[in-house]
Design a protein around this ligand. Structure first.
Ligand code: NAD
Ligand code: LMR
Length: 329
């Protein structure tokens, strides 16, 4: 019998039979987001196509076979309205991935509609405290579509995953300094999850006190760090023939874990309220702190001219994407 004070959370995952779905579900049920003592009601959603629903059932059989102590209840859905009922934590992964030579923004046409339908369903059915992370590309504008389609939820319920870019940047810097990622802090990625995003090490520290600005040279930042992170997704597609999946699942876990449990200085794609001159409602990568309940954008940071220019280019791209989906909203 579960103890009466045992907590249970309701979690929804779309695209649950896809690549990222397969990499994330087992880790969620292993306690990597909510902790080892929080039970999970898991609501899996994928499209109403026989082959896909069969695959989803196959994944469910495997989840059952893990005998996860944290799995309280598992349900399968093809309708987001049932799949989002009372959901408190929502991973919006289901969407078409890009192939070689494509940019993520061309997926808007295929994927935008999905996030409208899901935003409407969240508006009707989700917990008013729901935390939503959009992974499906182009993640920032899809998150914007979902957010704008859910007028009864707070805009703060919605976020886009920029954590993969953040983790990529941290790894590149650690390896350049022949250091460990744990020794680095105060790094972030601004703008869109696209080649225009801007890695920011201005406030970055090694061991909490040594400025990364003094340890990394400007040429390496501009000519290696920035382009490596910007093009990493395409490099993986080129090599693997498929887009990143395990590292994307890992980043989604990091994103939700830190939002739920609290952290200082990470990157989340969240709606602007005008911070740093970024227009309201644009979902941009920002440096944030999380207090265990809410995130807050870190204010009053110095932005040098090079970074300012980068942010402007990335925000212009996001505005352009918004313009292209105007008809959807
Ligand atoms: P995949 O093709 O392996 O799986 C996608 C799954 O989503 C499929 O099972 C599909 O049936 C399902 N799906 C499609 N429409 C749906 C809908 N309306 N409702 C529910 N499910 C639906 O793709 P994947 O590799 O898992 O990638 C998923 C998405 O994540 C892609 O758009 C990809 O580009 C994106 N992605 C984003 C990041 C990021 O950093 N933000 C990283 C990696 C991948
Ligand atoms: C990534 O950055 O790996 C993902 O957004 C997948 C892609 O299309 O690059």
């Amino acid at each position: 019998m579960p103890a009466s004070n045992e907590k249970t959370v309701k979690v929804s995952v779309t695209g649950a039979s896809g690549q990222i779905g397969y990499a994330i579900l087992f880790r969620i049920l292993n306690g990597e987001v909510f902790g080892k003592h929080v039970k999970i009601d898991l609501q899996l959603i994928d499209i109403n196509v026989d082959k896909i629903q069969r695959a989803l059932h196959g994944v469910a059989l495997e989840l059952e076979d893990c005998a996860f102590p944290l799995l309280n209840n598992l349900t399968l859905h093809s309708d987001p309205h049932t799949g989002f009922t009372d959901t408190e934590y929502c991973f919006l992964i289901g969407a078409k991935p890009r192939g070689p030579g494509m940019e993520r923004k061309v997926l808007l046409q295929a994927n935008g509609e999905i996030f409208k339908t899901q935003g409407v369903a969240l508006n009707e059915r989700a917990s008013r405290r729901v935390k939503v992370v959009v992974v499906g590309n182009p993640a920032n504008t899809n998150a914007y579509i979902a957010m704008m389609s859910a007028p009864d939820l707070s805009k703060e319920n919605f976020s886009a995953m920029m954590r993969l870019d953040h983790n990529r940047a941290v790894n590149q810097i650690a390896s350049q300094l022949d250091s460990n990622v744990n020794r680095l802090s105060n790094i972030c990625v601004w703008g869109n999850h696209s080649p225009t995003m801007g890695v920011d090490i201005t406030n970055g520290l090694l061991d909490g006190s040594n400025n990364l600005k003094d340890l990394l040279n400007k040429e390496w930042i501009a000519e290696t760090l920035q382009p490596t992170v910007a093009k990493r997704g395409a490099e993986i597609i080129d090599q693997r023939g498929l887009s990143s999946a395990a590292s994307a699942a890992n980043a989604a876990i990091d994103h939700m874990h830190d939002w739920v449990n609290g952290t200082t200085w990470t990157t989340m794609g969240v709606p602007s309220q005008g911070e740093y001159g970024i227009p309201e409602n644009i979902i941009s990568g920002f440096p944030v702190n999380c207090n265990g309940e809410r995130y807050s954008i870190i204010q009053n940071l110095d932005i040098d001219d090079v970074l300012q220019k980068k942010i402007e280019v990335s925000i212009a791209e996001l505005k352009d994407e918004q313009e292209n989906i105007k008809g959807l909203l």
